[in-house]
Design a protein around this ligand. Structure first.
Ligand SMILES: [Zn+2]
Length: 577
């Protein structure tokens, strides 16, 4: 094994012109991980104890003894002490910058007092240019253990908040969304005085002297929300760019904390890609991105060729897909487009959201410019319509093969369409976690029989030969590969019952879905998805072995370390710059 590895290394390194010390027959590694339980997800070489890395590539895998030969005085050696190393996890479907944006807004869900919220806002104010808004969400006065600030109608007054934010308008959104709490600066900005009357359907809460406390109920919050969005829209391009950069960094850091080294985004714009390309040039992208355009087909005409890039900036940015237009809506709101009516809403088959013609136009562009197409199809009717569109477009171009067009979510699939999917080489891009987040109510929507036959049949798809995929669709669901892995292999709901338990993935398949499977769904299996000599050194170290730990302990798995391209980017709870 070792000799084979070294031979490949010599070729790889000769190719990039690196000078190598081959004294003793071994190149010397920059980084060595050793004494680990290395699960490679490479069937030719499934297990190892140690990994040697030069630059951003894996140069050897083997026993601790064998890999010791790659260590020089300059090599950083990490003793894994029996912990488990797996290929860097790949988020297979998410919304990267909106996820980052959701992190930019302060999160008060866990705040135990108003004073704690005020101090969070104070920190944010120090890091925000004067005049910019500070926005947070998720507070609820009933969660507060300290009631000292609760003065008027069970709510605080704005004085302490206003004292730490003299130069920033602040808007703190109640967890219900039915009200906001604002500071003095925000009230000044919208010219609200003690004489301002509340709009119809709204309430400005006042103290006994008639002063506004800062709490705005229902429609009284609208003027603040409008002022905020108006301000965001008017900012000079540079400021918006800076904010986008912060979103990129925040999303990336959250990904690294969860062991994710690559993220597939279903919904970018030309402007966003311009900035990401700049950040790739600077070496500032925290994780590797695969971006799919969510633009009108007419706007993409003539532009796609210039924007297509594969492995740009040392494999940090790939743009070669059109997605996620939504052919239908979600099952929760009876929007998923079904072949037969909803069991609990018999008048409705769900909704066709984006017109078929628009998807067909995107399909023509995808073929012409060699982009993947990745469209949302949640219900079985939406799924079938997409297969029809894809099939018709493929038929016009019989010379093209292996296009790997995807159907995103693929939550309800008619049995007749499984074989068609295989024949067309289409990839259902599913998210394991949704089986557990939707499981408690989806039987109401579909009825028992239909659920059994068509609902979240992810293992049936894999058994039919389709590429298993995985993800959590952040920010729709939390970024949580361990949670999605757990649901994928248990289908266990919060109440302990199981949803479609016959559709569990094996442990091996679940790991494969989050690594190789997702890599294949993005045409990236040549550089990612397994720990293999010559591939990128993207590695996640876990506190325990996901293949063997009992079901009940899966959720205790901690991310110990995240390595991207041979660089340790997360370790012991800290982001490494
Ligand atoms: Zn999505």
């Amino acid at each position: 094994m070792r000799l084979v590895s070294v031979a490949i290394v010599a070729i790889v390194l000769a190719g990039c012109g690196r000078s190598v010390d081959l004294s003793g027959g071994h190149p010397l590694a920059d980084l060595v991980l050793t004494n680990g339980n290395v699960i490679t997800v490479d069937s030719n070489n499934p297990n190892a104890e140690a990994i040697a890395i030069i630059g951003d590539r894996i140069v050897a895998l083997g026993s601790a003894n064998a890999i010791a030969a790659y260590v020089s005085d300059d090599t950083e050696v990490i003793d894994l002490q029996g912990q488990t190393a797996i290929p860097g996890l790949i988020e297979g479907h998410g919304h990267y910058t909106s996820f980052g944006g959701s992190l930019l807004i302060l999160d008060f869900r866990h705040a135990r007092s108003f004073a704690e919220i005020v101090s969070m806002v104070e920190v944010a104010a120090k890091n925000t240019p004067p005049g910019e808004w500070i926005v947070g969400r998720g507070w609820h006065q009933d969660k507060w253990e300290l009631k000292e600030a609760v003065l008027v109608e069970g709510l605080p007054v704005h004085e302490t908040l206003s004292a730490v934010t003299p130069d920033h308008p602040a808007m703190l959104i109640h967890t219900s969304g039915h009200g906001v709490f604002v500071n003095r600066k925000a009230m000044t900005l919208v010219e609200m005085t003690n004489d301002t009357a509340a709009p119809e359907g709204g309430e400005i809460v006042r103290d006994e002297k008639g002063n506004a406390t800062g709490m705005m109920r229902e429609s009284a919050q609208d003027i603040f929300r409008e002022a905020f969005s108006g301000h965001q829209g008017r900012r000079p391009a540079g400021v918006a760019d800076d904010e986008l950069r912060r979103m990129v960094m925040l999303a990336g850091e959250a990904a690294l904390r969860h062991g994710i080294t690559s993220f597939q985004d279903l919904g970018t714009s030309f402007a966003e890609v311009d900035l990401l390309k700049k950040m790739a040039d600077e070496g500032n992208l925290p994780v590797r991105l695969w971006m799919a355009f969510e633009e009108q087909a007419a706007d993409m005409e003539g532009r796609l060729a210039d924007y297509r890039m594969v492995g740009y900036g040392n494999n940090f940015l790939t743009v070669r897909a059109i997605g996620e237009k939504v052919l239908d809506g979600a099952l929760g709101t009876h929007g998923g487009w079904l072949l037969e009516p909803y069991s609990d809403l018999p008048r409705s088959h769900g909704l066709n959201v984006v017109p078929i013609e628009e998807i067909e136009h995107s399909a023509r562009l995808a073929i012409e410019y060699d982009y993947q197409l990745a469209i949302q199809g949640i219900g079985d009717r939406a799924y079938r319509e997409l297969l029809n569109i894809y099939e018709a477009e493929f038929a016009k171009h019989a010379d093209t093969t292996d296009l790997r067009w995807r159907i995103e979510h693929a939550q309800v699939i008619h049995p007749d369409d499984v074989e068609r999917t295989v024949a067309l080489g289409v990839i259902p891009a599913v998210q394991g976690i949704f089986a557990c987040s939707d499981g408690p109510w989806v039987v109401d929507r579909l009825g028992e029989e239909r659920t059994l036959e068509r609902g979240y049949i992810f293992n049936t798809l894999a058994e039919a030969g389709l590429v298993p995929t995985n993800g959590t669709d952040p920010p729709v669901d939390e970024i949580d590969p361990i949670g999605s892995f757990h649901c994928s292999v248990t289908r266990q709901l919060p109440d302990g019952s199981k949803f479609q338990p016959q559709e569990v993935y094996s442990r091996e398949r679940a790991l494969y879905s989050y690594t190789m499977g997702n890599a294949i769904a993005a045409f990236e299996e040549d550089v990612k998805g397994s720990l293999t000599v010559g591939k990128l050194a993207d590695i996640t170290v876990l506190s325990q072995d996901l293949l063997t730990v009992p079901d009940d302990n899966i959720m205790d798995t901690k991310i110990v370390m995240t390595i991207v391209g041979g660089k340790i980017r997360y370790r012991n709870g800290e982001i490494v710059p």
